[in-house]
Design a protein around this ligand. Structure first.
Ligand SMILES: NC(=O)c1ccc[n+]([C@@H]2O[C@H](COP(=O)([O-])OP(=O)(O)OC[C@H]3O[C@@H](n4cnc5c(N)ncnc54)[C@H](OP(=O)(O)O)[C@@H]3O)[C@@H](O)[C@H]2O)c1
Length: 289
């Protein structure tokens, strides 16, 4: 199977490269090589590599900056996937696209099922929802769209790495405690994506690690596990605060938990609990510095 991964230098792209199963002939291109908004360059790349599977891990993910950069966010997150979907349709390539919990408004108190109505709170979520829509308009149910949430990895910028840095620099930290979701290790997500490819899943699926946490719970766990592993030398005082005390340009969903029941059933396995996955990731950070 020839697979072309676009956005291959991001958190999920890197883990997709690392976890590619035997038998997958992977070509991975990052932002430096290929801009998803450049339709002729995408076409050239597809003609050159002739993949059977196209995975889009590229996205404009700067949630707060997107409030000021609406046009760029929509060009990358909606037009880019649309270009890829057209190429997939024309060349009979299977298309895998990633999306986000931020398409929901977080007003539910039960996990969001894939068919729940979207209602994004900010520009990033709206641009990702538009991307989903464009892909569905072009490929119908043939595309595989996988929504995930709260992604972290040993690669790139994310909450875990930011917390470890701040915990080394400061004595106290305030962390938002009234937004809940599920921290998700990109490596587990990447392995699940490969399994979905192998099983030829299509339609809209949800994947995160198992369980639920607030950002404050997540920070507590990072501190405890960081201290256990010698990644942190001293504890810092962590204070739970409401979102109102940490205003950001983009509003975030208060309840961001995705219902993964159908996906787990289709895959035949359940994700690790988020804390188990966090320990595995920290072991890796410990090994690689
Ligand atoms: N991170 C999360 O918490 C999260 C949560 C829910 C869903 N998701 C979704 O999961 C997917 C992967 O996210 P991630 O965490 O791996 O994000 P990431 O680490 O920010 O990676 C995204 C990659 O896309 C690249 N990119 C940006 N604009 C591009 C363009 N015009 N052309 C080509 N590549 C471009 C970025 O390159 P530069 O760094 O050079 O800009 C980066 O390498 C995305 O669809 C995202 O929406 C992520």
């Amino acid at each position: 199977m020839k697979v072309l991964i676009i956005g291959a230098d991001g958190q999920v792209g890197r883990e997709l490269r690392e976890t590619a199963p035997l038998g997958m002939e992977v070509t991975a291109v990052g932002h430096g090589t290929l801009d998803i908004t450049n339709a002729p360059a995408l076409r050239q790349m597809v003609l050159e590599f002739q993949p059977q599977i196209l995975i889009n891990a590229a996205a404009y993910t700067a949630v707060d900056k997107a409030e000021q950069e609406r046009e760029i966010a929509f060009t990358v997150n909606a037009e880019g996937p649309a270009h890829l979907a057209v190429l997939a349709q024309e060349n009979r390539i299977r298309f895998v696209h990633l999306s986000t919990d931020f398409i929901f408004d977080g007003q539910q108190s039960r996990p969001y099922r894939p068919e729940a109505p979207p209602n994004p709170l900010g520009v990033y979520g709206a641009s990702k929802q538009a991307g989903e829509q464009r892909v569905r308009e072009i490929l119908g149910q043939e595309a595989l769209i996988v929504r995930t949430a709260w992604v972290y990895s040993a690669f790139g910028h994310n909450f875990v790495k930011t917390m470890l840095r701040l915990m080394r620099e400061r004595d106290t930290l305030n962390v938002v405690a009234d937004q809940v979701g599920t921290p998700t290790w990109a490596k587990g997500l990447a392995s699940a994506l490969w399994k979905m490819v192998e099983l030829r899943l299509t339609g809209t699926h949800h994947w995160t690690d198992a369980g639920v946490a607030s950002w404050y719970d997540f920070a507590q766990a990072i501190q405890e596990e960081g201290l256990n592993r010698g990644l942190l030398l001293h504890p810092v005082a962590l204070h739970p605060i409401p979102t109102t005390l940490y205003p950001t340009p983009a509003q975030r969903p208060a309840f961001s938990v995705l219902d993964k029941t159908d996906t787990w059933q289709a895959l035949g396995y359940t994700a690790d609990h988020w804390r188990v996955a966090l320990c595995k990731m920290l072991q890796r950070v410990g090994r690689h510095g």
